[in-house]
Design a protein around this ligand. Structure first.
Ligand SMILES: [Zn+2]
Length: 330
């Protein structure tokens, strides 16, 4: 059984955030951080992809779940995942195992330990590394379309149904959160109190594909988080600065001023309240922790692209961005 109190996460980490100059790229391809035993968060380098997505790896007694394969070729990610799984399998009966009593050691068979590669949603910056896992033994790569996602997790009532997903001594909960993308899922890990919200809620620009679906999704996310006593809300990117209401420009290659990727349930509630006020107004709407981009017309695209091009030129020339006011205190 999972522990009654969530295992604390080590969220105090300085993430790689790109390089100050294109003439001196300093980030490693990936940063791997152990949040808790069997709970690993990986960030891809901004030197490789401005998206710099986060990829989550959750391990149980019988199998592991990799959520997303990132925005670039997955060869390096696969090496990292293979290493983490090997360490986990050698250490899981020792002090590194989060709950050794949960494992059925008689059934212990490292060769049969499965890896499931699933996706927060099917956008390219979350599935680009899939091919590197296609030939991996004991591995299932979940398909990208909605039918494949529903079938794999066993949904009979998409998106509201909460479906259990068993890792072995660690039961995750999965439900649909359309609005940013039709295939978006949330994954809850009761062991750590972590709710993963993909690109649907994160400290950055929330691109709204379907406003009605997102209104419903945010209501369900808040109700779920309150009901389950969620401790941390995590998405796939960071695009805000530490100045409230201010995002890094689209395509930024250097973000030294990032807030944590982890948000609180109070922030999730605020995101829900904020979206209710702008859901039906196409355009860019700034709030403290997120920027909603509603619709895909020129009112959204032109300012985003113009600011992004300016930032890119500034970065290429080695010029620094202006400082801002209303700083965060966390
Ligand atoms: Zn994304």
């Amino acid at each position: 059984m999972p522990p009654s109190q969530p295992v604390p996460l080590d969220t105090d980490v300085r993430w790689i955030h790109g390089s100050a100059s294109p003439r001196r790229l300093t980030d490693p391809p990936l940063q791997v951080h152990r949040l808790a035993p069997g709970t690993v968060l990986i960030r891809q380098s901004k030197d490789l992809t401005f998206e710099a997505p986060f990829v989550l790896l959750l391990l149980g007694g019988r199998r592991a779940l990799l959520l997303d394969t990132g925005a670039v070729d997955g060869t390096t990610l696969r090496e990292v995942v293979d290493g983490v799984l090997a360490d986990w399998l050698s250490a899981r009966t020792g002090p590194d195992a989060y709950d050794p009593d949960a494992y059925d050691l008689a059934a212990y068979d490292p060769a049969a330990y499965e890896l499931v590669v699933a996706h927060t949603h099917a956008h390219g910056d979350h599935v680009a590394g899939d091919a590197a896992f296609a030939d991996r033994p004991a591995t299932t790569v979940v398909g990208h379309d909605l039918g494949a996602v529903r079938d794999f997790f066993g949904f009979t009532d998409w998106p509201a149904q909460v479906v259990p997903f068993e890792l072995g001594g660690r039961t995750l909960e999965v439900f649909g959160i359309p609005g940013h993308h039709a295939t978006s899922i949330a994954v809850h890990d009761p062991t750590t109190g972590l709710l993963h919200t993909g690109d649907t809620v994160y400290p950055g620009r929330i691109y709204v594909e379907d406003p009605e679906a997102l209104l419903d999704t945010l209501d369900r996310l808040v109700a779920f988080a309150e009901d389950r006593g969620v401790r941390h809300v995590l998405g796939c990117h960071v695009e805000m600065t530490r100045t409230l209401g201010r995002d890094h420009p689209l395509g930024s290659r250097y973000q030294p001023d990032e807030p944590s990727p982890f948000m609180t349930v109070a922030q999730l509630r605020a995101v829900r309240e904020a979206f209710r006020t702008v859901a039906h107004r196409p355009g860019i709407h700034r709030f403290d922790d997120v920027v909603f981009c509603v619709g895909n017309g020129p009112r959204v695209q032109v300012p985003l692209l113009a600011r992004g091009l300016l930032e890119r030129a500034r970065w290429q020339l080695g010029l620094r961005s202006r400082r801002r006011s209303r700083r965060r205190t966390d």
